[in-house]
Design a protein around this ligand. Sequence first.
Ligand SMILES: C[C@H](OP(=O)(O)OP(=O)(O)OC[C@H]1O[C@@H](n2cnc3c(=O)[nH]c(N)nc32)[C@H](O)[C@@H]1O)C(=O)O
Ligand SMILES: O=c1nc2n(C[C@H](O)[C@H](O)[C@H](O)CO)c3cc(O)ccc3cc-2c(=O)[nH]1
Ligand SMILES: [Mg+2]
Length: 301
Amino acid sequence: MITVLSGGTGTPKLLQGMKEIINPSQITVIVNTVEDDYFSGLYVTPDIDTVLYTLADIINEDTWYGIKDDTFITHEMLKKLGCPELLRIGDKDRAFKIQKTLLLEDHSLSEAVDIQRKSLGIRSKVIPMSDEPSEIKIFTEKGPMSFHQFLIKEKSEPEVFDIHYNIVRPAPGVIEAIKDSEMVIIGPSNPVTSIGPIISTKGVKKALEQVSVTAVSPIAGGMPFSGPAAKFMEALGYEVSSMGVCQIYADFLDKFVIDEKDSHLEEKIEKLIKEVTITNTKMENLKDKIRLARIILGEIV
Ligand SMILES: C[C@H](OP(=O)(O)OP(=O)(O)OC[C@H]1O[C@@H](n2cnc3c(=O)[nH]c(N)nc32)[C@H](O)[C@@H]1O)C(=O)O
Ligand SMILES: O=c1nc2n(C[C@H](O)[C@H](O)[C@H](O)CO)c3cc(O)ccc3cc-2c(=O)[nH]1
Ligand SMILES: [Mg+2]
């Protein structure tokens, strides 16, 4: 069994490559829930839905959220009716979110996700990091705001001073999945607001210290490939580099895959962890994703 820790963009790309070279039923994905929130009365779990749509091959790869070729009739009508949504939710995607919201009336989040996973014919297990609600606050020059206000309304522009989120208990199966795994892969997701909440979940760090953990850097040449990771790492006092990412994971990390642009960091990183692999970590197409997955899985495939 391989367990993967995931957010909603970088790691789902890697999952596309992994499921091509190992039996999907051998994969368990533990997903970030810190951004989960209500929009238009629906309980939206962005990273979970992206992972489910990716494993079901229906993800919109232009945005890394929502369903490909979806329509936005309800979203546009809501705007006309004067109750616009912060998130641009598609019509099929909305149906999926309505189903999850209804399931949550008498199921936990992890039970609801497992029912939706099966309804999409996905053989990999998908587990939310926790069944407990999280709350995240981004402290900026414009004052404290929610993750989506910062990301979407403010387009990640304001300067960030700090990030706070509450520590939650793991969902059933999270600690067991880590402990029973041949290897745990930390995908190239935002180390602060995607992987940070997962490794801060009670008992997860201790479990990671007992197994083989490999991570892929979401940073190359001092820059993230996308999104606000640089601002968040700076706010927490980490260098915006693969070295900074390595320091965030240093307590439990065994192997680290970094980009060719960071080969100058190899020696420094090897002082912290056993094994460094240098390769092209940019995933532009399925070939890239399979090549990177093969390097990470090594002798397992
Ligand atoms: C807003 C976004 O959060 P989320 O959608 O949850 O995304 P993740 O945290 O899962 O991933 C963002 C993370 O991914 C890195 N990324 C993107 N493409 C690539 C790639 O081709 N290779 C690679 N090694 N990393 C990639 C990117 O730099 C981001 O840091 C968010 O927080 O950004
Ligand atoms: O940046 C955006 N992210 C959108 N996201 C992604 C969401 O903001 C995620 O939290 C981020 O990708 C970070 O994980 C959506 C996710 C969904 O599940 C459904 C709809 C959306 C819509 C948007 C959007 O309009 N803009
Ligand atoms: Mg996310």
